[in-house]
Design a protein around this ligand. Structure first.
Ligand SMILES: Cc1cc2nc3c(=O)[nH]c(=O)nc-3n(C[C@H](O)[C@H](O)[C@H](O)COP(=O)(O)OP(=O)(O)OC[C@H]3O[C@@H](n4cnc5c(N)ncnc54)[C@H](O)[C@@H]3O)c2cc1C
Length: 457
């Protein structure tokens, strides 16, 4: 049966755009359907605007230490200017995404799509039905908001990029990277910031030294933390939002943000009716080639709930197109993925944490803690931490963890030797570059401590 297209992609975000372009470059007739803005979460209301806001928030730290370098500064911050300039940049990027798709010959349909069967979709607005040999679900995810009384008074990362004005105080619920990055942003821009988290410590699954180090550094920057507590209800109290905590305490805040995780965009998408199996968290279940339980339907990116990061979605989209349209089966390796938290200070990590590595065998742990050079002339007490974890006695490097300026850039580079299976000797062979923070990673002499038989010695 002749189809309208070889491929219909639902969702023009990181994964969908890459898949559409690669498939079209391989000669496929491709349409991509997008209900909001081309570029998806990362470009429109995720990585990109977030990092621009983080940059904005870091100026306050620089102003603070500027005096010790001889500068006199008077600084004022204007939120609408930041939002306007960020919007301009996002519009520029969206245009670039559109022209990239168009020049590859991809047809862009700006609407919502619903899956009607193994090869069919319906366009929501005009009811048009389209068919394709393959469908790719790349619909991403959305912020999860707890179902509590008054939840509509709060906002999520989606709205945070367009607040009309900065609140004088903010309560952020969550302990993951979105919560901590926005705490960094708000605190740096002068907002009295509190993070509330149901767990015992922020950043579950990160190395413990990064977790405690980041918490301490953010506290020093004025961020308050409330642990093992949740928000039970929100109410309106004049211009303020009154917050009821699970421990019975009540307090007013200028704004409340939910950073309480994300859920896959699979609701009312017609997937189950088409025979696509979902996981118990509502994500699309896929095999290593991103194929769903329906052979003609594939899914990539956040909607599959594998690793919710842009470069992963992009790689999955690319490998899908390579597998299906170039007959070259390629499976993404999700095992060694570096990740960063663009908080202040920055945190980045790759490989095993100390706790994980210690259960895998005998290991050596090398730790450097010091004041980054930029702080040495000032009173700033902010310290940097670099940790290298290797198999015992100079074996394979198992994990690298960094807290401090440039952490993400360092870990991006460390990802190369780790992927190649580098040993401590390989790191040591690299000539140090001075004065840098990263030189610590190639000049460690004796381990700071070791684990033998699972015990720290
Ligand atoms: C605040 C925030 C900060 C982040 N920071 C980072 C970071 O620093 N680094 C990083 O790697 N990742 C970051 N991420 C995660 C990153 O944004 C996602 O992993 C990435 O965007 C996933 O890409 P995707 O293609 O799966 O989905 P998305 O980019 O979410 O794209 C999905 C698209 O599908 C559209 N859509 C959904 N349903 C339909 C439908 N039925 N019909 C038509 N269109 C539909 C949506 O409108 C959307 O445009 C961040 C996320 C957030 C929320």
């Amino acid at each position: 049966m002749a189809h309208d297209y070889d491929l219909i992609v639902i969702g023009a975000g990181s994964g969908g755009v890459r898949a559409a372009r690669v498939a079209a470059n391989r000669g496929a007739r491709v349409a991509i359907i997008e209900e909001y803005r081309v570029g998806g979460t990362c470009v429109i209301r995720g990585c990109v605007p977030k990092k621009l806001f983080v940059y904005a928030s870091r100026f306050s730290d620089l102003f603070e230490i500027a005096g010790s370098f001889g500068w006199t500064t008077t600084a004022e911050f204007d939120w609408p200017t930041l939002v306007r300039n960020k919007d301009k940049e996002i519009a520029r990027l969206e245009k670039a995404y559109v022209s990239g798709l168009e020049s590859a010959g991809v047809e862009i349909i700006r609407d919502r799509a619903v899956v009607t069967g193994p090869n069919g979709v319906r366009i929501a607005r005009d009811g048009r039905k389209l068919s394709a040999r393959y469908l790719l679900v790349a619909t991403g995810g959305h912020p999860h908001v707890p179902d509590i009384p008054g939840h509509e008074l709060g906002f999520t990362s989606n709205e945070a990029f367009h607040l009309e004005r900065l609140p004088h105080s903010v309560l952020i619920e969550g302990g993951g990277y979105v919560a901590l990055e926005f705490a960094t942003i708000f605190a740096g821009l002068g907002v009295d910031t509190t993070v509330i988290y149901r767990g015992r410590r922020i950043l579950r699954s990160f190395d413990d030294d990064l977790r405690t180090g980041l918490e301490a550094a953010m506290q020093e920057r004025g961020v308050k933390f409330i642990y093992e507590t949740t928000i039970r209800a929100l109410g309106k109290q004049g211009d303020e939002i009154s917050v009821q905590f699970s421990d019975g305490v009540e307090a007013p805040f200028g704004g409340v943000m939910f950073a309480t995780g994300r859920r896959a965009n699979t609701r009312d998408l017609g997937l189950e009716q088409a025979g696509v199996t979902l996981t118990d968290r509502g994500a699309v279940e896929v095999d290593k080639y991103s194929q769903t339980s329906v052979p003609s339907i594939y899914a990539v990116g956040d909607v599959t709930g594998r690793v919710e990061l842009t470069p992963v979605a992009i790689r999955e989209g690319w490998y899908f197109a390579e597998t299906v349209f170039n007959h070259n089966p390629m499976a993404v390796d999700h095992s060694l993925i570096g990740t960063a938290v663009f908080a202040e200070p920055e945190v980045a990590t790759i490989g095993l944490t100390e706790a994980e590595a210690a259960t895998h065998g005998d290991i050596d742990v090398y730790v450097a803690r010091f004041r980054p050079m930029i702080n040495t002339l000032s009173d700033s007490l902010q310290r940097m931490l670099l940790k290298l974890i290797t198999a015992a006695d100079g074996g394979k490097v198992l994990g690298v963890h960094v807290l401090g300026p440039g952490a993400a850039e360092l870990i991006q580079m460390a990802a190369i030797p780790l992927g190649m299976g580098a040993t401590k000797a390989d790191f040591d062979r690299a000539m140090a570059m001075h004065p840098t923070a990263g030189e610590e990673l190639v000049t460690f002499k004796a381990p700071s401590y070791r684990y033998r038989g699972g015990a720290k010695v």
